[in-house]
Design a protein around this ligand. Structure first.
Ligand code: MG
Length: 164
């Protein structure tokens, strides 16, 4: 197998009164993330990593934020479509490792729930998906609780027996 690495990054601002979604999980908080979709920047970074590893276009080209099609769409729905796109290319996700940087809320208690949502969509066993939640030590926009940033790396391989 000749695996490909993919790397994705995303950052979204908080806005009071919006629902907060991260890793496909709704998290109780007075503010949510601004976005054309539900603002789930963990899934957006994951999607860009998957698209990068499969030599595809980026998330902005695949799901443009200019039209009504993706307005307020759940990012889990976008991830389902991207996972299908990889499968049609006979590619499988081998592992994923993610970092979420948020000063607040505390996200560690939600990591298992995120894994329970994301693993089936990626057809990945739990031990092959890493999610770490960190603060930004009070530094910058993220540290002042104005935004959440995420980084994701993925490894993608061609399914056994499939030729390029
Ligand atoms: Mg985004």
């Amino acid at each position: 197998m000749n695996p490909n690495v993919g790397f994705g990054y995303d950052i979204h601002r908080f806005k009071k009164g919006r629902k907060l979604y991260l890793g496909g999980v709704e998290i109780p908080h007075p503010a949510g993330l601004v976005g054309h979709s539900d603002g789930d920047c963990l899934i957006h970074a994951l999607i860009d990593a998957l698209l990068g590893a499969s030599g595809d276009v980026d998330i902005g080209r695949l799901f443009p934020d200019t039209g009504p099609d993706y307005k307020d769409i759940r990012s889990t729905e976008l991830l389902k479509r991207v996972a299908g796109r990889l499968r049609r290319k006979k590619l499988e996700v081998l592992n994923v490792d993610a970092v979420i940087v948020a000063q607040a809320p505390r996200l560690a208690p939600f990591v298992d729930k995120m894994k329970a949502v994301l693993c089936p969509l990626l057809r990945l066993p739990s031990e092959r998906l890493g999610i770490k939640a960190k603060t930004n030590e009070g530094i910058g926009l993220v540290g002042r609780e104005k935004a959440v940033a995420c980084w994701v790396v993925v490894l993608v391989g061609r399914k056994r027996g499939e030729r390029r």
